[in-house]
Design a binder for this molecule. Sequence first.
Ligand code: PEP
Ligand code: MN
Length: 350
Amino acid sequence: MLVVMKHGASAAEIDAVVSVIEEMGYQARPMPGAQRTAVGLVGNDGRVDSSRISALSGVAQVIHVTQPYKQVSREWRPENTVVTIAPGVDVGGKEVVIMAGPCSVETEEQIVLAAHQVKAAGAACLRGGAFKPRSSPYSFQGLGEVGLKYLATARKETGLAIVTEAMDEQGAELVAEYADCIQIGARNMQNYSLLKFVGTLGKPVLLKRGLAATINDLLLSAEYVLASGNKDVILCERGVRTFDPATRNMFDLTAIPIVQQMSHLPIVADPSHGTGIRDLVTPMARAAVAAGADGILVEVHPNPERALSDGAQSLYPDQFAELVGELRTISAAIGRTLTPAPRTATVAAG
Ligand code: PEP
Ligand code: MN
């Protein structure tokens, strides 16, 4: 970190900055320049509270030279992290993993049918919510543990790995019992106590970008999970809120290569929530794979008109099958392959 002093800052002001840095347990290196003095902070372990310094008299600017996160950074680990969700389902390697299913688990028949449909189309994971974070408290909130049981049935019948959301600590313990990967949704990306807790559960975590989160915020949230002992984090770009009502969110394609430069963690893309509009999902899914996403999370419903949540952005099963074919071609063009759907039904570990 570099503390740039104002033009004409006094020796006493510079000394005060040096003292505060030393009090915080770091080394201070004053660097007098022709116009102004800068003070370097050496030994930044990511815990420096820069507001203590920026508020001091005579300070013009505090520049962060190293990133505030550590374990998620490429500097920390140059090679890609590969997160294994289930046997044969590795996110972050050469294969592109397709996760698909309805927004919500609605009935046993619905989720089992959806599982068969997405598997037939080529998905490797079934994604559906039993705990739903809805904007309105009067909207369908999900089936809770019953929904998890239905997901377990769908896995038993198809062998698909299960990705499903947890909204709080109690729910996360249950989700960890039933699912292969715990999703933390956009609204909870900055629920730091939940992030710390899921870091202790020993299951891979799919962490979605918050509605108004910067890429930096997303990486810092992932750092919470890694810092509590869980290295298996998959990031997910799902769009951010902007001023433009033309789409539900602004799908940020650039986040994919940016995250890959900054972090060794895998990143998947969710063009369903990223656009909110069915007809935009296919073009954005194609683009995300072309941009290097390690996987795609797509909402697919056996009957979108009757969906209890997010029907307007859910693909019809035949649209999804067509999309998977296209993603196979795009992946091949950039030297990747799609993770094949499970060949047999298995009883995966709960
Ligand atoms: C979801 O995945 O169904 C969901 C609610 O997504 P998000 O948290 O990205 O809004
Ligand atoms: Mn949804």
